[in-house]
Design a protein around this ligand. Structure first.
Ligand SMILES: Cc1cc2nc3c(=O)[nH]c(=O)nc-3n(C[C@H](O)[C@H](O)[C@H](O)COP(=O)(O)OP(=O)(O)OC[C@H]3O[C@@H](n4cnc5c(N)ncnc54)[C@H](O)[C@@H]3O)c2cc1C
Ligand code: SF4
Length: 491
């Protein structure tokens, strides 16, 4: 059967009303999805991530077929090989696609001579972000976010922000109360396709939906049960509650099952009922129209080479504890790495203030750490992992994106979680065998990079603290032991 065009749908554009499908023709076009071996390498990727990506794509292909489209779901060594195979089979040269969400796929499609429509899976056209970025001295997310609020007219009261403030971040930093009980989570039971894919990758967890209906169910569940408390406890961590009040929507926003427009519209509508604190509504809106859009914009603005940056010359190999949580006695890391192993996800504070913090303080090579994060997380797309890890997580860009490194000692983790209570280390101590490795390494990190940070006025307070430290020599001796212990998986 000859078809006029191949309409290529990558695994991260699975939405009926956006991207290339918006312009597809049921009669003339062949819809093609390619599952490349590289993308589903079980030696590399977390099995839940593979289950989620493949099962979602297979469901989507089946739904399109049921709607009357001609669909080919192809398994091939590479995306290129898959598309070339379809070209030969259908004697069709023309490939039509939306702009891809990663440099690599965009290049592949361009080399195949594809015609592109705009990638409208985000709220901000790339050219518009570039215009903003080119006019900035420093890329402050907050400035971008305020413009987004006005441009998209979200939580606005005329020209003023609803609630009188642009940002309620000060109210988003509470730790959980002592009697906190985790709420029941929404389960996503398997259907026939899920069962097949789960058997293929050897998984059993029902944490993640693989259909649009399931993703919409998750959105509604969040709005009904967690939205009101989202803001207040946004930064809190707990060994007994892995998701706290987070939405768990990133996988669906990133593979296209949900579009940010519909998530924001549903959140604003829920807020307008009147029982959601503005500090929660604003915090959630900030994540989606602020952070998410900013990160995607920065990915394209900073260029394909940004991922290779290593301005702190960090050369240590990946720490064994990231591969095996039994290789550490640090309670926070043991618990969080186990969470990642079990569900392929932890929220932004464990990602930033625990996992990335240890990589930063121990001087783990940014590219090795980035590869580990990319492989482990269910929502890890290139556009979002690269700036979050290189720019925000490990300061690999030397401050291009964030003006100062997110480095901290054990005190922060102790304040925001219950991990320290049952840890063999003491977050207040920086020397001695029971000193918290985060606390020791924090001071060591500042001392190591003092010359670089002295030029940064935002580091003034931390460096003043360092100058007042009377036992820095002892701290550095202990830091050496800690780093050796981490390398050997014995701390
Ligand atoms: C080092 C590091 C690596 C990260 N890697 C990823 C990643 O690979 N994929 C990913 O989607 N997010 C990533 N994030 C951002 C954030 O941790 C996740 O989006 C969030 O934890 C997903 O859970 P949630 O849907 O419950 O989010 P919520 O806390 O409920 O937030 C709502 C939504 O806001 C968006 N969002 C919030 N913060 C960010 C951010 N910094 N960048 C982009 N989107 C954001 C997400 O779409 C998220 O679903 C990373 C953050 C850090 C610090
Ligand atoms: S004491 Fe340090 S290592 Fe132990 S849980 Fe607290 S922060 Fe983590």
């Amino acid at each position: 059967m000859t078809k006029k065009r191949i309409v290529y749908i990558p695994f991260d554009q699975l939405h009926r009303n956006y991207g290339a499908l918006k312009h597809a023709d049921k009669e003339d076009d062949l819809i093609v999805l390619v599952e490349s071996e590289r993308m589903v390498d079980p030696k590399r990727f977390h099995p839940l991530r593979l289950f989620f990506l493949v099962s979602s794509a297979r469901h989507f292909a089946a739904e399109l077929q049921a709607e009357g489209y001609s669909v080919e779901y192809v398994q091939a060594q590479t995306t290129r090989a898959g598309l070339e195979g379809v070209r030969a089979k259908y004697r069709t040269q023309e490939i039509y696609a939306a702009e891809q969400s990663s440099y690599r796929l965009q290049e592949t499609l361009a080399e195949l001579g594809a015609t592109f429509c705009e990638n409208d899976f985000f709220l901000t056209p790339r050219a518009l972000f570039k215009e903003w970025a080119q006019a900035q001295k420093s890329f402050l997310m907050e400035n971008f976010y305020r413009l987004q609020r006005k441009r998209l007219n979200i939580l606005m009261d005329g020209n003023s922000p609803v609630g009188g403030e642009w940002n309620f971040d000060k109210e988003n930093r509470e730790s959980l109360p002592k009697d906190h009980q985790a709420l029941a989570l929404l389960e996503h039971p398997y259907d026939e396709i899920d069962r097949e894919v789960a058997a293929r990758f050897g998984v059993s967890g029902t944490y993640w939906a693989t259909t649009r209906a399931g993703a919409l169910g998750q959105l509604n569940y969040f709005l009904a049960n967690h939205f009101a408390t989202f803001g207040r406890y946004e930064d809190a961590m707990s060994s007994g509650d892995w998701s706290v009040h987070h939405s768990l929507l990133s996988p669906y926003l990133n593979n296209g099952l949900l579009h940010p427009t519909e998530v924001i519209a549903a959140a604003v509508k829920r807020f307008e009922v009147g029982d959601i604190p503005i500090a929660s509504a604003e915090a959630f809106v900030r994540q989606i129209i602020g952070w998410r859009e900013y990160i995607n914009g920065m990915y394209w603005h900073l260029g394909a080479d940004y991922r290779s940056r290593n301005e702190l010359s960090a050369q240590r190999k990946l720490l064994p504890l990231l591969e095996d949580p039994d290789r550490t006695s640090m309670n926070c890391l043991k618990s969080i790495v186990r969470d990642v192993q079990e569900r392929s996800w932890v929220h932004h504070i464990p990602r930033l203030m625990v996992l990335s913090n240890i990589a930063l303080l121990a001087g783990v090579n940014p590219q090795e750490y980035l590869a580990w994060m990319r492989n482990q997380f269910i929502d890890a797309s290139d556009w979002v992992m690269v700036p979050n890890v290189i720019g925000m997580g490990v300061h690999g860009d030397g401050g291009v994106m964030m003006t100062k490194p997110y480095a901290s000692g054990g005190a922060y983790i102790s304040r925001m979680s219950n991990y320290c209570k049952s840890c063999i280390y003491d977050p207040k101590k920086r020397t001695g065998e029971d000193a918290c490795p985060f606390t020791t390494l924090y001071w060591n990190f500042l001392a190591e990079h003092k010359d670089k940070f002295e030029k940064n006025h935002r580091m003034f307070q931390q460096l003043s603290g360092l100058k007042r430290l009377s036992d820095l020599d002892d701290v550095r001796v202990r830091a050496k032991e800690v780093l050796e212990g981490l390398e050997r998986g014995l701390i």
